[in-house]
Design a protein around this ligand. Structure first.
Ligand SMILES: Cc1cc2nc3c(=O)[nH]c(=O)nc-3n(C[C@H](O)[C@H](O)[C@H](O)COP(=O)(O)O)c2cc1C
Length: 379
């Protein structure tokens, strides 16, 4: 990496006991201050890893986390987060803080990430066939903004390889598998790729995320709008019904969206998700905006911007979704969480779960516990 409640489940979402109806969902309004920013050990590791190119340090970190996981050592790296069980999408999570997609695209270090204390792990984005992604360099650090710009382009080893990694993992917790389309599949045929991946991962995933929001696959984001979105979701819903019968289990489908839509477009997405019976929405992916990084080294690189600069946009998207969904579908919030209090802000905005990516790169595993504590303080 350096790249670069206790509640009652009702239609898949947390309804804390005796909670008032409203965006706070029973958490009280006190936002905790950060308990710790990062462990000294991680600060040292980060100093060393940040001397390498972002992608080299990403690959090395993934190897180390994977090796630590196989040896069962990662739990020693940081104090385990407090237990904070939540039920969302009908699934039980030990805590509401998960690993966001893209860090472990091939499922290489599932046990390692789980041992760091994540309440759930999302792997992918995976495509039907392996593909190399965009030419390097394609990840850029902007440390003064606690940000990353990436244009990886779904580099991955393909869905079959990912499934072999899932089979080899010991992890029995909540595993999300994030699916996408191959670069060379025309966008009009994108649904074929999503269905191939859905068929293959269905039996092995706790939930499946449909990624229609990466800015690095040309045309992909067009699937978030109008009839394209409705058709895609309807096709996925039909296939899911068949798979549910075949496998005897209902695997929730979550749709991951961009932070760059207008409020009206976000509302339309929310309506389409309800109409087609989707189970959750993940908000958000990276942004095309460069607000907050103008004039910085790498600030004008092409790709998606993540980390602190996307925080407000992402949280705004969560608020718009929460107002429209009114509790009918849970929201998984991701984007710009670099301190525990930002995780709590996402929950206060209407999310039921959060995920970390860039903040984890900059702050290390201590951010997981800090986020859990800050969310717990909302109760
Ligand atoms: C290097 C990099 C690669 C990513 N790859 C993926 C991906 O393959 N699939 C996906 O859904 N999101 C991907 N993301 C987006 C993250 O999952 C997350 O939605 C986004 O970075 C915002 O969260 P953050 O500000 O905490 O990083 C990637 C992000 C980064 C920085």
């Amino acid at each position: 990496m350096p790249v670069m409640v206790q509640g009652i489940c009702h239609r898949g979402l947390i309804l804390p006991r005796a909670s008032p109806v409203g965006p706070m969902r029973g958490y009280n309004r006190r936002l905790s201050s950060p308990t710790e920013s990062s462990l000294p050990m991680y600060t040292l590791a980060r100093q060393l890893l940040f001397k390498l190119s972002p992608e080299t340090s990403h690959d090395l970190s993934l190897d180390l986390i994977g090796a630590g996981g196989r040896l069962g050592l990662n739990g020693l790296l940081c104090k385990a987060p407090a237990k904070m069980p939540v039920t969302v999408m009908g699934l039980e999570f030990p805590n509401p803080v998960g690993l966001a997609a893209g860090l472990d695209k091939n499922g290489a270090a599932i046990d390692g990430f789980a041992q760091l204390g994540f309440g759930f792990v999302e792997i992918g984005t995976i495509t039907p066939r392996p593909q190399p992604g965009n030419p390097k360099p394609r990840i850029f650090r902007l440390p003064e903004a606690e940000a990353i710009i990436n244009r990886m382009g779904f580099n991955n080893l393909g869905v079959d390889h990912l499934l072999a990694r899932v089979a080899a993992a010991k992890y029995k917790g909540v595993l999300g598998i994030n699916i996408g389309k191959n670069f060379d599949t025309p966008v009009e045929r994108a649904v074929d790729d999503y269905l191939i991946c859905l068929d293959k991962v269905y039996a092995h995933a706790s939930y499946v995320t449909v990624n229609v929001s990466s800015p690095n696959t040309p045309g992909l984001r067009s699937l978030q709008f109008g009839d394209s979105l409705k058709q895609l979701l309807a096709d996925l819903a039909t296939r899911r019904a068949e798979l549910a019968l075949r496998h005897g289990k209902h695997v929730p489908l979550a749709i991951k969206i961009a932070p760059d839509m207008t409020d009206e477009e976000t509302v339309q997405v929310a309506q389409a998700l309800i109409e087609t019976g989707m189970d959750a929405v993940i908000a958000t992916n990276t942004t095309l905006s460069r607000v907050g990084v103008e004039g910085m080294e790498h600030g004008d690189e092409a790709g998606g911007l993540s980390g602190a600069p996307v925080r407000e946009k992402s949280t705004h998207t969560v608020k718009v979704l929460a107002a429209e969904l009114a509790g009918r579908l849970p929201i998984i919030a991701v984007g710009g969480i670099t301190e525990g209090k930002h995780a709590a802000e996402k929950i206060a905005a209407g999310a039921s779960l959060v995920q970390l990516y860039s903040g984890f790169i900059y702050k290390g595993p201590a951010l997981i516990r800090e986020s859990v504590d800050a969310i717990a303080a909302l109760r």
